[in-house]
Design a protein around this ligand. Structure first.
Ligand code: COA
Length: 375
């Protein structure tokens, strides 16, 4: 069986940052406007007033301090509260392709690969900006890659499921080298007018190069020892937007369920045991003592959630470098989160050190990738 390695990664980070302070100020202005607009209905007891958000709650509940976004002005405008993204011509790169090309160029450079050495592109993300043609094919064309490309979506687990798909394809001989990109424009599906979730997401794009061990020349390689994916249906994270929207009764355009919705507390309670049990079981099935993992690059949704999982898997409180968090800077970037953590925190690993990339989220879905540092 051919051995597969991760030979390069890249991260495209947008230029604009929204701090918690800016976010809360804009949200609270929106609350004032709405409560004034509906003052009569509120006074008559026909409508509940909206409540303020606050920075202390956000940091304490999530560990998030700021997020990067593709457009800050629209999100912070209390009369809009969503990003303004320019409509592009069909003849120019779409916004997801543009982000992905930047992340991919960095990943290819770090892997020491040129586009002619890549045979496939997978665009694995929580949302895709159009139905077709696949974003992956647009990226493939822009980079000058022969072969094939396709899009896939497993929400927050898209990247790890993409790694499993790519690594299986390389093992079986369908391709020698595959580029995976995860352009996540979470600001587009987040309901910025809902204080329960308005702080959660940010935008980013990650890219990963996977190839056979024989072809890899990078000086920073991680052998993929084993992957494992699990899905279990749940409505606790859901978005009802989709291509049948036009066929439904009018008035659906601005309906709450056309954006991200979640029962955060229940997600926390249900997902933590599924993930920690799965990581422990997966390691044991591979003959690996989970406490010997040098690093856990976990999905970046909530710091306390990661602390719980790290403690359960290692049997003690992990040192910060053993379970790096990036969500204080990036917030939740859906499938890209664990890949940013991996990309920014793997250079100090020694040969034969073991680690796990682990994602979890809507579906529910959980994806594990156990790696060993080689070169
Ligand atoms: N500012 C101030 N108060 C807020 C607030 C805000 N922005 N948002 C919610 N609150 C209030 C709530 O109304 C609630 O008030 P109540 O006790 O009077 O009812 C209280 O704070 C607690 O809210 P709750 O939603 O239960 O907080 P929490 O501690 O569960 O934290 C999450 C919320 C979303 C951060 C947390 O549940 C979480 O991260 N869950 C996991 C989600 C996840 O991983 N999802 C995957 C997404 S891809």
């Amino acid at each position: 069986m051919r051995q597969v390695v991760i030979s390069g990664t890249g991260v495209f980070t947008p230029d604009e940052i929204i701090t918690n302070e800016e976010l809360v100020a804009a949200f609270n202005k929106y609350v004032d406007q709405q409560n004034e607009l509906h003052a009569d209905a509120i006074a008559a007891g026909e409508r509940e007033p909206l409540e303020y958000s606050n920075e202390e709650f956000i940091y304490k509940a999530s560990g998030i301090l700021q997020r990067y976004v593709m457009d800050k002005s629209g999100v912070l405008d209390p009369n809009q509260m969503y990003p303004s993204l320019r409509q592009r011509d069909d003849d120019e790169p779409g916004i997801m392709a543009e982000m992905a090309i930047k992340a991919a160029s960095e990943a290819l450079k770090s892997a020491g690969k040129t586009p002619d050495q890549v045979q496939a592109v997978i665009c694995a993300a929580s949302n895709h900006e159009r139905a077709y043609p696949a974003i992956a094919i647009e990226i493939q064309d822009a980079l000058g890659i022969d072969g094939f490309g396709f899009d896939m979506n497993v929400a927050c687990s898209s990247a790890t499921f993409g790694i499993q798909a790519a690594s299986d394809m390389i093992r079986s001989g369908s391709a020698d080298c595959i580029l995976i990109v995860n352009p996540e424009i979470c600001s587009g599906h987040l309901e910025w007018r809902d204080r329960d979730c308005h702080f959660i997401f940010g935008d980013v794009c990650t890219a990963i190069v996977l190839e056979t061990q024989e072809t890899a020349t990078s000086d920073n390689q991680f052998e993929i020892l084993s992957t494992r994916c699990l899905t279990q249906f749940s409505n606790n994270i859901r978005n009802n937007n989709g291509f049948l929207r036009r066929s439904r009764p009018s008035g659906t355009d601005d309906r709450r369920d056309m954006q991200f919705m979640q029962n955060g507390r229940l997600v926390f309670k249900q997902v933590v045991p599924i993930v920690s049990d799965m990581v422990i079981q997966h390691c044991q099935d591979e003959g690996i003592d989970p406490t010997s993992l040098r690093r856990m690059w976990l999905h970046q949704a909530n710091k306390s959630m990661n602390d719980f999982i790290g403690r359960k898997v290692l049997g003690r409180v992990p040192e910060p470098q053993e379970q790096p968090n990036i969500l204080q800077d990036y917030a939740n970037t859906s499938s890209a989160g664990s890949i940013i953590a991996f990309s920014q925190n793997n250079q100090d690993m020694a040969a034969d050190d073991l680690g796990i990339i682990c994602s979890f989220g809507a579906g529910y879905s959980v994806g594990n990738v156990i790696v060993r540092k080689t070169a």
